[in-house]
Design a protein around this ligand. Structure first.
Ligand code: TD4
Ligand code: CA
Ligand code: ZN
Length: 306
């Protein structure tokens, strides 16, 4: 059933588990996410970037809405990294139940003002809002403390931001970054910073972007069948578990699904030169993504919470 993002995340925050926000771009990805979540009896957030909306159009959303209404788990349809008020309004018109406005690249006052505008519109329709403060720059662990401080979320600023805007959940920059290359050295989560933010915002679900684990097996499979993904690194499962205990409730995962998809497609094409049926190529990819979603759900602790 379709529910708001807040309904899912409020419960997760209170009960101390995480919920995955998985990005979709086509039918197979949407099916993988919803089927895996239903089989694990887990609530789930189905995320669409502006790029996804451009690629799949309104049909991608109608399909997801239709599927979301039929599954027996809570599902929220979420706009990921909405870049403008207009983009958010479009998502609201399409029936999204959660929207993110990302003005984290602007100065603090602009971020507050633009986020507030989105909160007013979305809340009038009963839709929940995520916003971001700090920059997801892929900061290296060895970077100087003051330099890190300038990029990562400032706890006191986060508190003021949440109070001024009335957002429902907050994306924080605590060391992670998007994609399979999460910096040199061991990718890190600034747990001290996260704990400070959570202490100043009691009860507020926090959001972790760039949370993919980039499992070695997925990268190796791609490379085994002719791909070349080098120096890929993700966030360690232990870091994710700890972050959830510290206040992270929504965990964004996109890269791991992309890697699973690519590896499976490469394997079929490389091992079955006679294959030309799209279903025989995309079917295994869907299964591979399903396995990833299930593993993430178990890591987040949301299995059986639906
Ligand atoms: O917010 N996200 C997903 C970003 C999706 C980008 O989509 P486009 O290519 O269409 O812009 C994340 O935080 C994902 O983090 P991850 O670690 O999985 O990369
Ligand atoms: Ca951002
Ligand atoms: Zn993100």
């Amino acid at each position: 059933m379709l529910v708001t993002g807040l309904e899912i995340l409020k419960k997760a925050r209170e009960e101390g588990y995480g919920v995955g926000a998985f990005n979709t771009n086509n039918m197979e990805i949407t099916q993988a996410i919803l089927e895996a979540s239903e089989e694990e009896k887990s609530p789930v957030i189905l995320a669409f970037s502006e790029g996804a909306l451009k690629y799949g159009g309104e049909y991608l959303v109608s399909m997801a809405l239709e599927m979301a209404k039929r599954v027996r788990i809570p599902v929220a349809l979420h706009l990921d990294h909405g870049s403008s008020y207009q983009a958010v309004l479009k998502a609201l018109r399409l029936g999204f139940t959660s929207v993110m406005i990302d003005k984290s690249g602007e100065d603090f006052e602009t971020n507050v003002r633009e986020t507030k505008r989105v909160v007013e519109a979305a809340h009038a329709l009963g839709v929940s809002v995520e916003a971001e403060i700090g920059k997801l720059a892929g900061v290296e662990e060895h970077v100087a403390v003051d330099e890190k401080d300038a990029l990562l979320t400032n706890p006191r600023e986060a508190q003021i931001f949440a109070e001024k805007t009335g957002i429902d959940y907050l994306a924080v920059a605590i060391g992670t970054s998007h994609g399979p290359y999460k910096g040199k050295g061991r990718p890190f989560i600034d747990h001290q910073r996260l704990k400070k933010i959570a202490a100043l915002l009691p009860g507020m679900p926090l959001v972790l972007h760039g949370a993919s684990g980039v499992p070695k097996e997925l990268v190796e499979k791609i490379n085994q069948y002719g791909g070349r993904i080098e120096g890929a690194q993700g966030i360690h499962p232990d870091d994710i578990r700890q972050a959830i205990q510290e206040g992270i409730s929504k965990i964004n995962t996109d890269t791991d699904l992309r890697l699973a998809f690519t590896g499976a497609v490469r394997e079929v094409l490389a091992t079955d030169p006679k294959v030309y049926d799209p279903r025989k190529i995309l079917g295994p990819a869907r299964e591979a993504m399903k396995r990833v979603v299930k593993e993430r759900i178990r890591l987040f602790g949301s299995a059986g919470r639906a």
